[in-house]
Design a protein around this ligand. Structure first.
Ligand code: AMP
Ligand code: MG
Length: 427
């Protein structure tokens, strides 16, 4: 594909724009999620998505958006607005932007009529709109709905373009793209192989992490590196292309190894697994069992652990001990200890972990106690202060952390830190 145009001229490789059509996507109530899926699919084919546009159901706005997209990228995917109603304007507007006519396709008309007849419904005349095809387009059968997709490829204003019109409902779009578009695209794109890895990192802040890894990944300009700060973890996405899958994989593996050497056991996953999956994996590998006593996380820790299928093999259970009394009756924390140090203290965290380990007969006892806020803080014990304790036959460790943010964030970070203690113990 040639790309002497604006955005295309500045970049190497084939570039795409996704245009999502629907006024509901411009309200607070609906998100354009289709483009996330499509971006992943296009990336796997070696195509970079460089623009996404969202347009309401307005013919004129869509013509503008289509003209802009066609002027700056090689591949334009339009999705949504292919239905039968007045506000479905995609076919008309894209035809106008391309300077091509719409023709009613007799076969599609017959298909829609059959579909209605099969359900015993009477077809409303506006359904015929769905049989309008842009001159020269390949009709892409829609196995899950009445609106077929369309594929147009050819020279527009002197440049090779591929244009797709896809239905908006996500299950229709996915099936149609996979069945009808992937192979068509592959046949027209330069052959290339893409390898990607995702590293997850815990126990380091985003800037501290970047300061350590940037000098490394900057030496690999051929690998696209994206750093994302998540909830209690940092994600590093690495992606490269090669002339063979092996060469692309080897190249990414080389960078992964260097980063892992630098960050050591702060890297908890190099294949996208979640913290709770990794913890489960290590517990099984070490033949260990885990019990929890949760105060400020209120069950979140147990929820995360048990979200992993097969967790019954290593998770025995635990308690939500919110009141002081329950800390004593269910986890054997001596009442005088709570009186002396307070429920949020390293002494009580340790006693909770030990009591839970003993009571539940687990090899590891894990406890969390803290102040999730927004109320309940004091100068000595501010909101966000959390003690985490892990008891094992080798003794008990306690980690004190101060998390920033709202209640949900503090609780999440507390659960992440607690799980990370188990991981580091077993790694
Ligand atoms: P349409 O093809 O415009 O009739 O869209 C039908 C339905 O598909 C809409 O009501 C949305 O629920 C859904 N939809 C359309 N576009 C998108 C999109 N970009 N992402 C997610 N859902 C969508
Ligand atoms: Mg719509």
């Amino acid at each position: 594909m040639e790309h002497p145009g604006t955005a295309a001229g500045r970049r190497a490789g084939v570039i795409a724009e996704i245009v999502a059509i629907g006024s509901e996507l411009l309200t607070p109530y609906r998100q354009d999620t289709n483009s996330l899926y499509l971006t992943g699919q296009l990336n796997r084919l070696g195509v970079n998505v460089v623009f996404k546009t969202i347009v309401g159901d307005s013919h004129d706005d869509l013509v503008d958006a289509a003209n802009a997209a066609l002027s700056r990228t090689d591949i334009v995917v339009f999705m949504g607005g292919l239905g039968p109603t007045e506000d479905d304007v995609t076919r008309e507007a894209v035809a106008e932007a391309l300077g091509l006519e719409l023709r009613r396709d007799a076969e599609i008309v017959a298909g829609i009529e059959r579909r209605f007849a099969a359900h015993g419904w009477k077809m409303a005349p506006n359904n015929l709109k769905q049989a309008d095809v842009i001159a020269g387009a390949v009709v892409l059968a829609n196995a899950n709905g009445t609106a077929p997709g369309q594929w147009i490829s050819g020279k527009f204003e002197g440049r090779e373009k591929i244009v797709m019109l896809l239905p908006g409902p996500p299950h229709e779009l996915k099936a149609l793209f996979e069945q009808q578009c992937v192979e068509r695209l592959r046949a027209r794109l330069p052959q290339q192989f893409i390898s990607s890895r995702e590293l997850k990192i815990a126990g380091l802040g985003e800037s501290a992490c970047d300061a350590r890894v940037a000098p490394i990944y900057k030496r690999y300009p051929d690998i696209q590196t994206t750093i994302l700060a998540g909830a209690g973890e940092i994600q590093l996405h690495l992606k490269t292309r090669g002339s063979s899958l092996q060469s692309a994989q080897d190249r990414v593996d080389e960078l992964v190894n260097e980063i892992e050497r630098e960050l050591g056991d702060c890297v908890f996953s190099d294949n996208g697994d979640s913290m709770e999956q990794i913890v489960g994996y290590f517990l099984q590998m070490r033949n260990a069992t885990l019990a929890v006593a949760e105060s400020c996380t209120g069950g979140l820790l147990a929820e995360r652990i048990t979200s992993v299928s097969g967790s019954s093999r290593y998770f025995v259970g635990g308690t939500v001990v919110y009141s002081n009394q329950l800390k004593t009756t269910l986890a054997d924390v001596p009442a005088p200890l709570i009186d002396q140090y307070g429920a949020v203290s390293k002494e009580v965290a340790a006693a909770l972990a030990e009591g839970t380990r003993r009571r539940c007969q687990a090899s590891l006892g894990l406890a969390v106690t803290g102040i999730a806020g927004p109320g309940g803080g004091s100068p000595e014990k501010p909101v966000g202060l959390v003690f985490h304790a892990l008891a094992s036959d080798g003794g008990t460790e306690v980690v004190e952390r101060r998390f920033a943010g709202d209640r949900a964030r503090i609780r999440w970070f507390a659960s992440q830190q607690a799980l990370d203690m188990v991981r580091r113990k077993l790694v």
